[in-house]
Design a binder for this molecule. Sequence first.
Ligand SMILES: NC(=O)c1ccc[n+]([C@@H]2O[C@H](COP(=O)([O-])OP(=O)(O)OC[C@H]3O[C@@H](n4cnc5c(N)ncnc54)[C@H](OP(=O)(O)O)[C@@H]3O)[C@@H](O)[C@H]2O)c1
Length: 300
Amino acid sequence: MEERPLILVTGANGQLGQSFRFCAPAFKDVDMVFLDRSQLDISNAKHCRKTLEHWMPDIVINCAAYTNVEKAEDEPEAAMMQNGTAPAFLAVACALTGAHLIHFSTDYVFDGNQSTAYVESDAVAPISAYGSSKLSGERGVISSGCEHWIFRVAWLYSPFAHNFYKTMLRFGKDRPELKVVADQWGAPTNAIVLANDILHVCCKWLFDDNWDMPTGIYHYAHSGKTTWHGFASEIIMKSGLSTPVVPVTSADFPTKARRPMFSLLDASLFFEKSGCASIDWKTALDRCIQTHHDIDNLRQ
Ligand SMILES: NC(=O)c1ccc[n+]([C@@H]2O[C@H](COP(=O)([O-])OP(=O)(O)OC[C@H]3O[C@@H](n4cnc5c(N)ncnc54)[C@H](OP(=O)(O)O)[C@@H]3O)[C@@H](O)[C@H]2O)c1
Protein backbone atom coordinates (compact mmCIF):
# COMPACT_ATOMS: atom_id res chain seq x y z
CA MET A 1 0.00 0.00 0.00
CA GLU A 2 1.30 3.45 -0.92
CA GLU A 3 2.28 5.66 2.01
CA ARG A 4 0.18 8.77 2.55
CA PRO A 5 1.94 12.12 2.93
CA LEU A 6 2.46 13.25 6.53
CA ILE A 7 2.16 16.80 7.85
CA LEU A 8 3.60 17.46 11.31
CA VAL A 9 2.34 20.45 13.30
CA THR A 10 4.36 21.94 16.19
CA GLY A 11 2.98 24.20 18.93
CA ALA A 12 -0.26 22.28 18.47
CA ASN A 13 -2.02 23.61 21.58
CA GLY A 14 -1.78 27.29 20.58
CA GLN A 15 -4.42 29.23 18.68
CA LEU A 16 -3.10 28.45 15.21
CA GLY A 17 -2.17 24.87 16.12
CA GLN A 18 -5.76 24.24 17.25
CA SER A 19 -7.04 25.90 14.07
CA PHE A 20 -5.04 23.40 11.99
CA ARG A 21 -6.38 20.58 14.15
CA PHE A 22 -9.92 21.82 13.53
CA CYS A 23 -9.40 21.91 9.73
CA ALA A 24 -7.49 18.62 9.44
CA PRO A 25 -10.45 16.18 9.05
CA ALA A 26 -11.47 17.84 5.75
CA PHE A 27 -8.07 17.01 4.21
CA LYS A 28 -8.54 13.30 3.79
CA ASP A 29 -5.57 12.60 1.51
CA VAL A 30 -2.95 13.45 4.12
CA ASP A 31 -2.12 12.24 7.60
CA MET A 32 -1.39 14.84 10.24
CA VAL A 33 0.37 14.59 13.57
CA PHE A 34 0.02 17.34 16.17
CA LEU A 35 2.80 17.84 18.73
CA ASP A 36 2.53 20.22 21.66
CA ARG A 37 5.50 21.68 23.53
CA SER A 38 5.79 18.60 25.81
CA GLN A 39 6.12 16.38 22.74
CA LEU A 40 8.45 18.63 20.76
CA ASP A 41 10.21 21.63 22.27
CA ILE A 42 11.58 23.39 19.22
CA SER A 43 14.22 25.17 21.32
CA ASN A 44 15.99 21.81 21.67
CA ALA A 45 17.98 21.27 18.46
CA LYS A 46 18.63 17.57 19.09
CA HIS A 47 14.97 16.95 19.88
CA CYS A 48 13.97 18.66 16.62
CA ARG A 49 16.27 16.42 14.62
CA LYS A 50 15.32 13.19 16.47
CA THR A 51 11.60 13.94 16.20
CA LEU A 52 11.75 14.64 12.47
CA GLU A 53 13.92 11.56 11.92
CA HIS A 54 11.28 9.53 13.76
CA TRP A 55 8.23 10.88 11.89
CA MET A 56 9.89 11.77 8.56
CA PRO A 57 7.12 14.24 7.64
CA ASP A 58 6.75 15.65 4.13
CA ILE A 59 5.75 19.02 5.57
CA VAL A 60 6.34 20.63 8.98
CA ILE A 61 3.99 23.43 10.02
CA ASN A 62 5.57 25.44 12.83
CA CYS A 63 2.93 27.04 15.06
CA ALA A 64 5.26 27.22 18.08
CA ALA A 65 6.22 30.72 19.18
CA TYR A 66 6.70 33.10 22.07
CA THR A 67 3.71 35.40 21.52
CA ASN A 68 3.49 37.57 24.66
CA VAL A 69 4.44 40.89 23.09
CA GLU A 70 4.46 42.82 26.39
CA LYS A 71 6.46 40.23 28.34
CA ALA A 72 9.03 40.04 25.53
CA GLU A 73 10.13 43.58 26.48
CA ASP A 74 11.05 42.28 29.97
CA GLU A 75 12.68 39.06 28.77
CA PRO A 76 14.03 39.71 25.26
CA GLU A 77 16.48 36.78 25.54
CA ALA A 78 13.65 34.29 26.09
CA ALA A 79 11.70 35.73 23.16
CA MET A 80 14.82 35.59 20.99
CA MET A 81 15.44 31.97 21.98
CA GLN A 82 11.90 30.81 21.13
CA ASN A 83 11.27 33.02 18.09
CA GLY A 84 14.75 33.63 16.74
CA THR A 85 16.92 30.61 17.52
CA ALA A 86 14.40 27.75 17.83
CA PRO A 87 12.88 28.10 14.32
CA ALA A 88 16.42 27.78 12.94
CA PHE A 89 16.85 24.50 14.87
CA LEU A 90 13.63 23.21 13.36
CA ALA A 91 14.61 24.47 9.90
CA VAL A 92 18.00 22.72 10.05
CA ALA A 93 16.21 19.49 11.04
CA CYS A 94 13.89 19.99 8.05
CA ALA A 95 16.87 20.51 5.76
CA LEU A 96 18.47 17.29 7.07
CA THR A 97 15.33 15.19 6.66
CA GLY A 98 14.03 16.81 3.46
CA ALA A 99 10.84 18.24 4.97
CA HIS A 100 9.21 21.38 3.60
CA LEU A 101 8.86 23.93 6.42
CA ILE A 102 5.94 26.29 6.86
CA HIS A 103 6.74 28.99 9.40
CA PHE A 104 4.73 31.98 10.64
CA SER A 105 6.02 35.48 11.13
CA THR A 106 4.35 38.80 11.78
CA ASP A 107 3.53 42.35 10.75
CA TYR A 108 5.68 43.36 13.76
CA VAL A 109 8.79 43.01 11.57
CA PHE A 110 7.71 46.39 10.14
CA ASP A 111 7.72 49.75 11.93
CA GLY A 112 4.17 50.61 10.82
CA ASN A 113 5.11 54.01 9.39
CA GLN A 114 3.83 53.25 5.88
CA SER A 115 0.40 54.34 4.68
CA THR A 116 0.03 51.63 2.02
CA ALA A 117 -0.13 47.88 2.64
CA TYR A 118 3.25 46.22 3.16
CA VAL A 119 4.54 43.93 0.42
CA GLU A 120 7.06 41.16 1.03
CA SER A 121 10.01 43.21 -0.25
CA ASP A 122 9.36 46.28 1.93
CA ALA A 123 12.14 47.19 4.35
CA VAL A 124 11.85 45.55 7.76
CA ALA A 125 12.44 47.64 10.90
CA PRO A 126 11.00 46.04 14.05
CA ILE A 127 10.19 48.41 16.93
CA SER A 128 9.70 45.79 19.69
CA ALA A 129 11.61 42.87 21.21
CA TYR A 130 8.92 40.52 19.86
CA GLY A 131 9.27 41.95 16.34
CA SER A 132 13.08 41.67 16.46
CA SER A 133 12.87 38.06 17.63
CA LYS A 134 10.42 37.11 14.86
CA LEU A 135 12.63 38.77 12.23
CA SER A 136 15.57 36.77 13.52
CA GLY A 137 13.45 33.61 13.14
CA GLU A 138 12.71 34.46 9.50
CA ARG A 139 16.44 34.86 8.87
CA GLY A 140 17.28 31.60 10.63
CA VAL A 141 14.76 29.69 8.50
CA ILE A 142 16.04 31.25 5.29
CA SER A 143 19.71 30.57 6.06
CA SER A 144 19.06 26.93 7.06
CA GLY A 145 18.75 25.96 3.42
CA CYS A 146 15.48 24.06 3.92
CA GLU A 147 12.65 24.43 1.45
CA HIS A 148 10.19 26.77 3.14
CA TRP A 149 7.28 29.15 3.03
CA ILE A 150 7.25 31.88 5.67
CA PHE A 151 3.83 33.44 6.11
CA ARG A 152 3.70 36.86 7.73
CA VAL A 153 0.31 37.21 9.42
CA ALA A 154 -1.32 39.81 11.69
CA TRP A 155 -4.22 40.24 14.11
CA LEU A 156 -5.04 36.50 14.35
CA TYR A 157 -8.23 35.47 16.11
CA SER A 158 -10.36 32.33 16.38
CA PRO A 159 -12.56 30.44 18.87
CA PHE A 160 -9.34 28.90 20.27
CA ALA A 161 -6.81 29.92 22.97
CA HIS A 162 -6.39 33.61 23.85
CA ASN A 163 -7.07 36.35 21.34
CA PHE A 164 -8.72 39.76 20.90
CA TYR A 165 -12.01 38.34 19.58
CA LYS A 166 -12.52 36.15 22.64
CA THR A 167 -11.45 38.94 25.01
CA MET A 168 -13.98 41.36 23.45
CA LEU A 169 -16.76 38.75 23.75
CA ARG A 170 -15.91 38.25 27.42
CA PHE A 171 -15.59 41.96 28.21
CA GLY A 172 -18.73 42.70 26.19
CA LYS A 173 -20.69 40.45 28.54
CA ASP A 174 -18.94 41.49 31.80
CA ARG A 175 -18.32 45.25 31.49
CA PRO A 176 -20.55 48.31 31.11
CA GLU A 177 -18.44 49.68 28.24
CA LEU A 178 -15.29 48.88 26.27
CA LYS A 179 -12.49 51.34 25.49
CA VAL A 180 -10.58 50.30 22.39
CA VAL A 181 -7.81 52.02 20.43
CA ALA A 182 -8.95 53.57 17.18
CA ASP A 183 -5.64 54.73 15.71
CA GLN A 184 -3.94 51.41 14.87
CA TRP A 185 -4.87 49.98 11.48
CA GLY A 186 -4.81 46.41 10.22
CA ALA A 187 -6.85 43.48 8.93
CA PRO A 188 -8.14 40.96 11.48
CA THR A 189 -7.39 37.43 10.29
CA ASN A 190 -9.49 34.36 11.07
CA ALA A 191 -6.92 31.68 12.01
CA ILE A 192 -9.22 28.89 10.80
CA VAL A 193 -9.51 30.42 7.32
CA LEU A 194 -5.72 30.85 7.33
CA ALA A 195 -5.16 27.21 8.37
CA ASN A 196 -7.60 25.98 5.73
CA ASP A 197 -5.83 27.96 2.97
CA ILE A 198 -2.42 26.73 4.12
CA LEU A 199 -3.59 23.10 4.08
CA HIS A 200 -5.02 23.71 0.63
CA VAL A 201 -1.61 24.84 -0.67
CA CYS A 202 0.08 21.94 1.16
CA CYS A 203 -2.12 19.52 -0.82
CA LYS A 204 -1.39 21.32 -4.09
CA TRP A 205 2.32 21.10 -3.33
CA LEU A 206 2.04 17.39 -2.43
CA PHE A 207 -0.24 16.19 -5.23
CA ASP A 208 -0.01 18.57 -8.19
CA ASP A 209 3.30 18.18 -10.03
CA ASN A 210 2.43 21.09 -12.31
CA TRP A 211 1.95 23.52 -9.44
CA ASP A 212 4.61 25.27 -7.46
CA MET A 213 4.85 28.21 -5.10
CA PRO A 214 8.51 29.16 -4.77
CA THR A 215 10.29 29.00 -1.44
CA GLY A 216 10.21 32.38 0.33
CA ILE A 217 8.17 34.90 2.32
CA TYR A 218 4.45 35.49 1.68
CA HIS A 219 2.04 37.90 3.33
CA TYR A 220 -1.36 36.51 4.32
CA ALA A 221 -4.34 38.70 5.26
CA HIS A 222 -8.03 39.11 4.52
CA SER A 223 -8.99 42.09 2.39
CA GLY A 224 -10.17 45.43 3.77
CA LYS A 225 -8.89 47.30 6.79
CA THR A 226 -10.09 48.54 10.13
CA THR A 227 -8.88 49.63 13.56
CA TRP A 228 -9.01 47.62 16.78
CA HIS A 229 -12.03 49.79 17.66
CA GLY A 230 -13.70 48.96 14.34
CA PHE A 231 -13.01 45.26 14.90
CA ALA A 232 -14.33 45.33 18.48
CA SER A 233 -17.50 47.18 17.39
CA GLU A 234 -18.18 44.56 14.70
CA ILE A 235 -17.61 41.67 17.16
CA ILE A 236 -19.99 43.21 19.72
CA MET A 237 -22.66 44.04 17.13
CA LYS A 238 -22.53 40.68 15.33
CA SER A 239 -22.64 38.79 18.63
CA GLY A 240 -25.92 40.45 19.54
CA LEU A 241 -24.42 42.49 22.41
CA SER A 242 -25.13 46.18 22.94
CA THR A 243 -22.13 47.16 25.11
CA PRO A 244 -20.89 50.62 24.04
CA VAL A 245 -17.45 50.54 22.38
CA VAL A 246 -15.64 53.82 23.02
CA PRO A 247 -12.78 54.88 20.70
CA VAL A 248 -9.53 55.89 22.42
CA THR A 249 -5.99 56.61 21.21
CA SER A 250 -2.86 54.51 21.70
CA ALA A 251 -1.59 57.33 23.94
CA ASP A 252 -4.54 56.65 26.30
CA PHE A 253 -3.34 53.06 26.67
CA PRO A 254 0.44 53.15 27.19
CA THR A 255 2.09 49.74 26.75
CA LYS A 256 5.66 48.56 27.25
CA ALA A 257 5.96 47.30 23.69
CA ARG A 258 5.58 49.74 20.82
CA ARG A 259 3.13 48.50 18.20
CA PRO A 260 3.06 49.31 14.48
CA MET A 261 0.36 51.97 13.90
CA PHE A 262 -0.27 50.60 10.42
CA SER A 263 -0.16 46.81 10.05
CA LEU A 264 -1.78 46.13 6.73
CA LEU A 265 -0.16 43.29 4.77
CA ASP A 266 -0.61 43.09 1.00
CA ALA A 267 -1.39 39.41 0.38
CA SER A 268 -1.87 39.58 -3.38
CA LEU A 269 1.25 37.52 -4.10
CA PHE A 270 -0.04 34.62 -2.01
CA PHE A 271 -3.53 34.67 -3.52
CA GLU A 272 -2.13 34.94 -7.05
CA LYS A 273 0.29 32.01 -6.58
CA SER A 274 -1.95 29.79 -4.44
CA GLY A 275 -5.23 30.11 -6.30
CA CYS A 276 -7.01 30.48 -2.93
CA ALA A 277 -9.83 33.02 -2.85
CA SER A 278 -9.29 36.14 -0.76
CA ILE A 279 -12.20 37.12 1.50
CA ASP A 280 -12.83 40.38 3.34
CA TRP A 281 -12.29 40.61 7.09
CA LYS A 282 -16.01 41.06 7.89
CA THR A 283 -16.94 37.85 6.04
CA ALA A 284 -14.10 36.10 7.89
CA LEU A 285 -15.54 37.33 11.20
CA ASP A 286 -19.02 36.02 10.27
CA ARG A 287 -17.42 32.63 9.63
CA CYS A 288 -15.63 32.68 12.98
CA ILE A 289 -18.81 33.50 14.88
CA GLN A 290 -20.67 30.71 13.05
CA THR A 291 -17.87 28.20 13.73
CA HIS A 292 -17.75 29.30 17.37
CA HIS A 293 -21.50 28.61 17.72
CA ASP A 294 -21.11 25.22 16.03
CA ILE A 295 -18.28 24.26 18.39
CA ASP A 296 -20.27 25.41 21.45
CA ASN A 297 -23.33 23.44 20.26
CA LEU A 298 -21.25 20.30 19.76
CA ARG A 299 -19.88 20.63 23.31
CA GLN A 300 -23.37 20.89 24.84
N1 LIG B 1 -1.80 35.86 17.45
C1 LIG B 1 -1.52 36.82 16.59
O1 LIG B 1 -2.25 37.84 16.49
C2 LIG B 1 -0.34 36.72 15.67
C3 LIG B 1 -0.04 37.81 14.85
C4 LIG B 1 1.05 37.71 13.99
C5 LIG B 1 1.79 36.55 13.95
N2 LIG B 1 1.50 35.51 14.77
C6 LIG B 1 2.32 34.30 14.68
O2 LIG B 1 1.47 33.20 14.40
C7 LIG B 1 1.99 32.01 15.00
C8 LIG B 1 0.94 31.32 15.83
O3 LIG B 1 0.53 32.19 16.89
P1 LIG B 1 -0.65 31.80 17.87
O4 LIG B 1 -1.61 32.93 17.87
O5 LIG B 1 -1.14 30.41 17.59
O6 LIG B 1 0.15 31.81 19.27
P2 LIG B 1 -0.18 31.02 20.65
O7 LIG B 1 -1.65 30.82 20.79
O8 LIG B 1 0.54 31.78 21.70
O9 LIG B 1 0.50 29.61 20.44
C9 LIG B 1 1.89 29.42 20.46
C10 LIG B 1 2.15 28.01 20.94
O10 LIG B 1 3.54 27.75 20.84
C11 LIG B 1 3.92 26.99 21.98
N3 LIG B 1 5.35 27.09 22.20
C12 LIG B 1 6.06 28.14 22.68
N4 LIG B 1 7.37 27.83 22.72
C13 LIG B 1 7.48 26.56 22.26
C14 LIG B 1 8.57 25.68 22.05
N5 LIG B 1 9.82 26.05 22.35
N6 LIG B 1 8.34 24.46 21.53
C15 LIG B 1 7.09 24.08 21.24
N7 LIG B 1 6.00 24.85 21.43
C16 LIG B 1 6.21 26.08 21.93
C17 LIG B 1 3.10 27.59 23.10
O11 LIG B 1 3.06 26.66 24.16
P3 LIG B 1 2.86 27.19 25.67
O12 LIG B 1 1.43 27.56 25.77
O13 LIG B 1 3.28 26.00 26.47
O14 LIG B 1 3.78 28.38 25.83
C18 LIG B 1 1.74 27.77 22.41
O15 LIG B 1 0.96 26.59 22.49
C19 LIG B 1 3.24 32.46 15.78
O16 LIG B 1 4.38 32.27 14.99
C20 LIG B 1 3.03 33.95 15.98
O17 LIG B 1 4.24 34.65 16.15
C21 LIG B 1 0.44 35.57 15.63
